[in-house]
Design a binder for this molecule. Sequence first.
Ligand code: ADP
Ligand code: ADP
Ligand code: ZN
Length: 214
Amino acid sequence: MNVILVGPPGAGKGTQAQRFQETHSIIQLSTGDMLREEVASGSELGKQFKEVMDSGTLVPDDMIISMISSRIGKDDCKIGFILDGFPRTTPQAKALDQMLGEKELKIDHVIEMKVDDDAMVKRITGRYTCAQCGAGYHDEFQQPEREGVCDHCESKEFTRRDDDNPETVRSRLQAYHDQTAPILGYYNKKGVMETVDGMAAIDDVTEQMNAILG
Ligand code: ADP
Ligand code: ADP
Ligand code: ZN
């Protein structure tokens, strides 16, 4: 099963994709995580990515497309994948169709996570992740069971993203409406679009997704 999650920054794509990776044995492919790995490596390319990401705009299509294309070509993706943060533009969506077509694969579900923009600033500014295993948390909405200790790996170290600040969030929301929302129409025409209420509590969103994905 191959799935795409679409929604603005803070919609809950990463949170739900992480859960589905655990419960449905499919692989979470996050282009944001891939870009952050390149930034962390300290490479020249990583420095270019960081500048773009910190400005809240999108990395050029050709760079993202070649990155995801080599990732989808790997054997572990054959069991299925859940794309989180890709495609984000119509050229990316078209390139994805082409690369899947060549491998005789297809997208089974595109799920739009509908949310209110106004609520996304709070979600983004309260977001943090475990530095060791990458599990996602929120200051208010998703606290670990024991304060300061990761539920999954017991690490006590957490990180916050440089681009998770109120100023950058506004450009990222703008980029979503201008450049990403048009892909919803593209997938609607193909008859693979479904919608969940991303304003519901995290467990309720998972239930809505389960109803779609089985
Ligand atoms: P969010 O969790 O806010 O949706 P991501 O982690 O998916 O954010 O992405 C962070 C940043 O990485 C984006 O603001 C953008 O600069 C870049 N990025 C991630 N995925 C893509 C993509 N598919 N195309 C272009 N830029 C991307
Ligand atoms: P995205 O990947 O779409 O940018 P995340 O999954 O990282 O979004 O979620 C953003 C922040 O909001 C995280 O800190 C997460 O814990 C929290 N969050 C995710 N889903 C919900 C929800 N349904 N209600 C409240 N908070 C949520
Ligand atoms: Zn952890």
